[in-house]
Design a protein around this ligand. Structure first.
Ligand SMILES: [Zn+2]
Length: 389
């Protein structure tokens, strides 16, 4: 390590799993914290134990012969510091543990390195705070907002991410209007003005916060959620038919959890008609002849897809025309058209915003949640979420 001399093993045997190494600072002087004088006179030495990275699988402790200097200027004594040591850990051990915490549970990191859980969590939080501060200082053109839960369907967290970089900017407790508007308030009006597009999941509280704090930004409802709204009706019809079918077959017995034929089609039936293979289409046709009501619901869903696609395509064609610069008189009209229905149409002139990064982030957060089998503490989840996504 830079700035250290020595390195002789102490109290170590061939069979021990622990290694202790004596070290001293190679620097000949220390600056007085009282008056800034460069002190060279050593008053005495004290041993301080500093945990370091394992050496060949053995937990290693540096026994630092830490000098107390005497100041010739103000007659005070002080203990020397060292840039590589902080609070009984070497910086390289701290860095390694924070890196390990991205893929392991804190408990596993604690066991692996022999350092306390709370100590590691404090390092992780400090690193997450640094990361969050850095990310939130940068301007953000496309903002993504979504909710996730600490555990499955249990205590919600608002995730704010940058669509420009795909990185999480903040994880805020709750999913109400206050959660999001508090974030915007913290970011300040200058930062908020730079946001051009916001993608959200269509929750009313988020929309209220966005309308209030980012009135100039285009608010876009992400495609995934539009489709989920569209498919809700069809899913209800399918479930109702499943239940009825099962009771018809066996009115006395407790029915199994699902009616296999209908249940097997639960994903196929939500697809767009032009994305279906022949085999899938044949399967659906069989179901439709048995359940005419399902066919009606399916046709309605395909209509919705059609409206969505047609509107998107039409607006895109219009935007291309407008972008060509031949009709500047349309400026106001374009603004109005885009304001109308923008939340449904996920549209932006010249480029479509994408919630792709948010899906990636959600996957990472889901994996993270599985590591410790769910989080109970919001702060821990937020700190670790910022480090993985
Ligand atoms: Zn001094």
């Amino acid at each position: 390590m830079p700035g250290l001399a020595g390195g002789r093993p102490e109290q170590s045997s061939l069979f021990s799993t622990l290694l202790e190494v004596g070290v001293e600072s190679a620097r000949e002087w220390s600056r007085c914290p009282q008056c800034g004088f460069k002190c060279r006179k050593v008053w005495d030495r004290r041993s301080k134990r500093v945990r370091d990275l394992a050496v060949s699988g053995r937990r290693t402790t540096l026994v630092w012969r830490r000098r107390r200097f005497w100041c010739g200027n103000c007659d005070e004594r002080h203990l020397e510091g060292h840039a590589q040591f902080e609070g009984g850990l070497t910086r390289r051990l701290s860095r390694r543990m924070v890196a390990d915490a991205r893929v392991m549970s804190i408990r596993a990191v604690a066991r692996h390195h022999g350092v306390g859980w709370h100590r590691i969590m404090a390092l992780v939080r400090a690193e997450a705070a640094r990361v969050e501060k850095r990310r939130r200082a940068r301007r953000c053109r496309v903002l993504l907002v979504d909710e996730t839960s600490i555990r499955r369907r249990h205590r919600y967290v608002t995730v704010v991410a940058s669509g420009d970089t795909g990185e999480v900017l903040a994880m805020i407790p709750g999913r109400g209007k206050g959660s999001l508007s508090g974030f915007f308030r913290d970011q300040g009006p200058d930062w908020c003005r730079q946001v051009e597009i916001v993608m959200s999941d269509g929750s009313r509280p988020y929309r209220a916060a966005i309308n209030q704090c980012l009135p100039h930004a285009r608010h876009v409802l992400d495609r995934f959620h539009v489709v989920r709204w569209f498919t809700e009706g069809l899913t209800l019809v399918r479930r109702e038919l499943q239940r009825r079918e099962l009771q018809r077959r066996d009115p006395d017995q407790t029915p199994p959890a699902y009616e296999p034929d209908l249940f097997r089609a639960r994903f196929t039936i939500l697809r767009r008609a032009d994305h279906l293979s022949d085999a899938h289409q044949a399967h659906l046709d069989r179901l439709f002849s048995a359940h005419p009501r399902l066919k009606v619901a399916w046709d309605a869903l395909q209509e919705l897809y059609g409206i969505y696609e047609a509107a998107n395509q039409a607006l895109e064609r219009f935007a291309d025309l407008y972008d060509s610069g031949q009709i500047p008189e349309y400026h106001d009209v374009v603004d109005k058209i885009i304001a109308w229905g923008q939340e449904i149409l996920a549209f932006h002139p010249g480029r479509r915003a994408s919630n792709g990064p948010l899906e990636g982030i959600n996957n990472l957060l889901q994996v993270l949640r599985r590591v410790p089998h769910g989080f109970t503490n919001y702060d821990n989840y937020a700190a670790r979420g910022l480090l993985v996504a």
